[in-house]
Design a protein around this ligand. Structure first.
Ligand code: HEM
Length: 368
């Protein structure tokens, strides 16, 4: 476990200390200067998280509940925390005019079977720490700062093998596959330059931040749309499949190497494989990012966690940050409909939230 102590209050996340579990034992490859220039949502995620969706009951002051949570500070080091807003919060706070137009309740996508007890919320508290116990304790004390807010749902997550490699944060999911290779790459630590080959690609900062534009109130510029999906895995069904079958469902090998042998950090030319001989056309990664003309690369930063509440309830807390929901999560999710991976997964909850940039303090527009 490697820890790097800093004292940031950036981008919606209050970060008392940034720690990332690195199996390799290497320090995270993020320069401090990069971290300071970026929203803290971009920092390497802690190995453990507690996500808590909260509702503000009728008669309680929603603006005050948000301010109390957003101003809370961790009692101990090694904790990352962020407070994001759901569409319903704006109505309850009487601040509907301040809601970013794109922030709506998460729609139901093809195949979703949402459980109301695991979906939506006025607020989302995200508390990360190096151990499950530290995340649980910090989350409990954070919640006590806003006693009027009621827990709507809560999930604990963890990132097996959490580490930074080549400017990307990687972890292995409960299907045994490494995730994170396809994320936008951070600049190499200390060089101020993108890694070779990544110069033309947008960096994570550009991808996650909301830009000024129609329907975007001034306070929201620089913040991020945070999407959460609670995705249950049919692990037994998946584990019964031979690994080569699993790899064709995903479109990469378990370690991230592409099916045509291209190294994980590279990208194969799908145009040279028009029939999907090497990488099936309906493989998860090919549906997500087909590389065809007119289909731009997804603009999102995925920060998923695994969860395990028992043999019948385990899977992924998919978390993604993006400046534009259509170019990020929503557009990709629609392309994924009907993919073979859907046979092994079921989305049962989550929500759309907005993580304000609080690097210059809480926006006055949100505190009523
Ligand atoms: C259902 C559970 C899911 C599993 C098991 C899963 C697994 C994976 C794996 C193993 C990769 C390859 C490594 C990587 O690039 O991270 C990947 C890539 C990706 N996934 Fe997922 N994923 C899931 C859900 C989603 C969802 C809900 C979305 C968004 C709607 C999504 C979007 C993407 C994108 C954009 C890529 C990168 C594609 C590329 O540019 O190569 N995934 N996923």
């Amino acid at each position: 476990m490697v820890g790097r102590r800093t004292a940031f209050a950036l981008g919606g996340l209050v970060v008392a200390a940034c720690a990332v579990g690195a199996d390799s034992g290497e320090a995270p490859a993020f320069a401090a200067a990069d971290a300071e220039a970026l929203p803290a949502a971009l920092l390497p995620p802690a190995a453990h998280v507690v996500l808590t969706a909260l509702d503000v009951p009728p008669g309680q002051d929603a603006a005050r509940a948000y301010a109390a949570l957003a101003r809370a500070t961790p009692a101990s080091g090694g904790v990352q925390a962020g407070v994001a807003l759901g569409a319903s919060w704006f109505a309850k706070a009487g601040l509907e005019a301040a809601r970013p137009a794109a922030l709506i309740p998460m729609p139901r996508f093809t195949g979703d079977v949402p459980d109301d007890a695991l979906t939506h919320g006025d607020l989302l508290l995200h508390v990360g720490a190096a151990t499950a116990e530290a995340a649980r304790l910090a989350s409990g004390s954070w919640l006590r700062s806003a006693p009027s807010a009621r827990v709507r749902w809560q999930r604990r997550g963890f990132r097996p093998g959490n580490q930074v490699s080549g400017g990307r944060v990687l972890a292995r999911n409960l299907f045994g596959f490494v995730e994170g290779h396809g994320n936008p790459s951070f600049r190499a630590a200390g060089t101020g330059r993108s890694p070779a080959g990544a110069d033309a690609e947008p960096g994570p900062g550009e991808v996650v931040r909301v830009a000024a534009g129609p329907g975007v109130p001034a306070w929201a510029v620089g913040g991020s749309h945070q999407v959460v999906r609670v995705i249950r895995f049919a692990t037994r069904l998946w584990d019964a499949e031979p690994v080569p079958v699993q790899e064709r469902v995903i479109g990469r090998r378990r370690d991230g190497t592409w099916l045509d042998g291209t190294p994980a950090a590279g990208r194969p030319a799908f145009a040279d494989d028009p029939d999907g001989t090497a990488t099936p056309l309906d493989a998860h990664v090919r549906r997500a990012n087909p590389g065809t003309p007119g289909t731009p690369a997804p603009r999102m930063l995925r920060r998923g966690y695994s969860y395990h509440e028992g043999p019948q309830d385990q899977g992924m807390l998919f978390v993604a940050y993006q400046g534009d929901l259509e170019l990020g999560f929503a557009g990709v999710q629609r392309r994924l409909a009907g993919q073979p991976l859907d046979r092994y997964t079921l989305t049962v909850g989550g929500g759309y939230f907005f993580l304000p940039d609080v690097s210059r303090g809480l926006p006055a527009e949100l505190t009523g």
